[in-house]
Design a protein around this ligand. Sequence first.
Ligand code: NAI
Length: 484
Amino acid sequence: MIDHKIADISLAEAGRHQIRLAEHEMPGLMALREEYAAAQPLAGARIAGSLHMTVQTAVLIETLVALGADVRWASCNIFSTQDEAAAAVVVGVGTVDAPAGVPVFAWKGETLAEYWWAADQIFRWDGHDGPNMILDDGGDATMLVHKGREFERAGAVPVGTETDPAEYRILLELLRKSLAEDPERFTRMSEGIQGVSEETTTGVNRLYQLASGNELLFPAINVNDSVTKSKFDNRYGIRHSLPDGLNRATDVLIGGKVAFIVGYGDVGKGAAEALRGQGARVIVSEIDPICALQAAMDGYQVARIEDVLDEADIFITTTGNTRVITVQHLLGMKHNAIVGNIGHFDDEIDLAGLAAVPGVEKIDIKPQVHEWRLPASAGDGARAAHSVIVLSEGRLLNLGNATGHPSFVMSNSFANQVIAQIELFAGHEQYERQVYRLSKKLDEKVARLHLDALGVKLTELTKEQADYIGVDVAGPYKSDHYRY
Ligand code: NAI
């Protein structure tokens, strides 16, 4: 019996049907399976995966296995697992009574303690010190190893303070137990890890911070900044999955409403476009003059949140930053304003601060939808008692209230992940403990794998034209500084 902890293994058949349909929509991953079936480039790889356990991720996991890898998997968010997908991956080619798939530790609605327990499980490999590869989304798996090793070196785990986020205090507790059980566990493990491929903007930022402090323990590939990832998943994926989350959560008509988008990076651009497409009047805020100018040229009003609190009906945070919606903002919003986040972590909206306001009440409407009743306030910002509707407790609402991005766009992201895993596993001696990106040639390859399915007929350069613009007929077609 393979090791696992999921919600309900009897959902496997339902999950398998969805995976089958997703495979058809994931031509990039299926092409990689075919290309590498014989070579088995991941034979010997033990991959610890921490990424939303959705149907699309199931196709990624089974692609890694098809290329020879052994895999253990957890989700990188407490609400993002699709339980039927997790069940199907665990059952694999076996049966519900005798599963023979991949060990998965993920279910929708984990507590924070369960989240870190599951994250720890992907590092426990029978007969080995740990995995030799990490596939990460948001950097929690990578952080677990780095913090574990740091505290082992120090010989102690610090005591969390009241100001530390709850999840960090739980992580410290887990590492304290690990240190007591085996004081060199993460030290040995980190020596055997050949690399990490990281999925998202927030995780990539963490990797660059580690690398700049010379603290990165193994090479990393920044998958997010492949053009075929961030300019597609972050933008077109969000354009699809943000309205999906809003609709499933609230079923409020978006047309005619005023929507406020905090941040106009790749995710913010997709969010603004989606809500404008639904007929909302969209207002954007930015700290970066370039992105603010882009938003203005794209036809959006650009304003500060405090100036439009009594106008906006829907607030969406997309920054990867902390407390971009403060308690004061929340208290100043219209009655039943909808507030949600699609950035990676849950600290964009200060719900911890809101919970500490005297007289605030939180009411369960349904899973991942809460009405926060706010007391009347006196003074300058005087307001009558009113409510705000908060989605997914401030965690990524497109995965908490819906099922994340659709398969086709994730096929682009995950084709980059598979190629990054092959690169790092097969060629790790060539890499320093730095953060790398995949080559433009590979980026173009990922795009190419998705053209036929959409009926795209690519124009071919003549030799004369290629020479004229100074590229090879077979690509790459752009220089590294080109921005798309
Ligand atoms: P980005 O860096 O392209 O965009 C973030 C933008 O927010 C930047 O333009 C920045 O200037 C702006 N910003 C930062 N602080 C701000 C503030 N206080 N007020 C207004 N604007 C502010 O990053 P990207 O790729 O758009 O990702 C954003 C977040 O979304 C990250 O946490 C990323 O990991 C996450 N993400 C979530 C996905 C999902 O499915 N929910 C998919 C892809 C990324």
